[in-house]
Design a binder for this molecule. Structure first.
Ligand code: SAM
Length: 275
């Protein structure tokens, strides 16, 4: 993410108002809170946005702190029912200092992918490591770059009309394409507020880091017990047919064997040493 301005869809109140209507929600809670996590936990959600997961976890009785640098996203979160049960913190996951220690740090909605460089990821993991209790867990998900999912981020495939009670109908779509920098996808979200004929765009950059890079950076930061859970399995043929043909063609036979049937989004769990 470097220190570029926050994308408008996290900063502009009108675009933040649309965030929860865009239907990006998956079924990630089941990964973040498997049965082993049934007891009451001290949880930090980093990159909490409008607070979806933080509020679910607080509703389940966990003691939740939720961190995000975007004032408007946090304001939306704070206005939701049940928000009083969560401690909301405006802050950057690459550099924050809280007095608390947590049993679990989670990132959802692919928030981890806003971290653009190895240095951003290393700084974040170091911060997380300092804030985890011994033996505490970090869980997050990241999209598999081999699938080249951004190829479906086209106007034709992403167009939707959002109905907002105050702003009226908004036609939205987004596009994505590889940047000149490796592993970075430049994305542009387009919004047309038809009632006022006002148009806004939001530019953002997301990193699609290979699984091996994530595992390496976690290991270097001192995490152990690193697990990757495959959520949706795709064959290499599926990948090629979904537009990832060039990525598949460049793989060696060993890499193909290694990747066949692997993840689209990896759900990654790692543990801080107990010592
Ligand atoms: C795709 S949204 C996900 C929000 C939320 N987790 C969800 O699932 O709806 C990414 C979030 O990351 C936040 N973010 C961006 N840079 C960040 C940083 N350096 N530290 C913490 N959060 C950040 C954005 O403000 C935004 O709320």
């Amino acid at each position: 993410m470097t220190d570029a301005p926050m994308p408008a869809h996290y900063a502009d109140p009108d675009l933040v108002a649309l965030y929860d209507l865009e239907g990006r929600r998956g079924d990630e809670e089941s990964f973040y809170l498997p049965p082993a996590f049934a007891r009451r936990l001290r949880v930090l959600e980093a990159g909490c946005g409008t607070g979806f997961l933080a509020l679910v976890l607080a509703g389940q009785g966990h003691k939740v702190t939720a961190l995000d640098p975007a004032t408007s996203m946090l304001a939306t979160a704070r206005a939701k029912p049940g928000a009083d049960a969560v401690t909301w913190v405006e802050g950057d996951m690459r550099a924050f200092a809280l007095p608390d220690r947590f049993d679990l740090i989670v990132l959802t909605g692919h928030a981890f992918q806003v971290l653009e460089t190895d240095a951003d990821i290393a700084a974040t993991l170091a911060c997380f490591e300092r804030h985890l209790a011994p033996g505490g867990w970090l869980t997050f998900e990241s999209r598999n770059p081999l699938v080249e999912g951004w190829r479906t981020w086209t106007r034709e495939q992403s167009a939707m009309t959002l109905e907002h009670p105050r702003l009226g109908p908004v036609e939205a779509y987004w596009t994505g394409q590889p940047s000149t920098e490796p592993e970075i996808i430049d994305s542009v979200a387009h919004y047309h507020f038809t009632r006022t004929d006002n148009r806004k765009i939001s530019r953002s950059r997301l990193r699609f880091a290979p699984q091996a890079t994530l595992v390496r950076l976690l290991t270097e930061a001192g995490f152990t017990d690193i697990e990757v859970e495959v959520t949706r399995r795709y064959s290499l043929q599926d990948v090629a047919e979904s537009g990832g043909g060039s990525a598949v063609a460049s793989l060696s036979a060993d890499e193909r064997a290694d990747i066949e049937g692997k993840f689209v989004s990896a759900f990654i769990r790692a543990r801080k040493l107990t010592l």
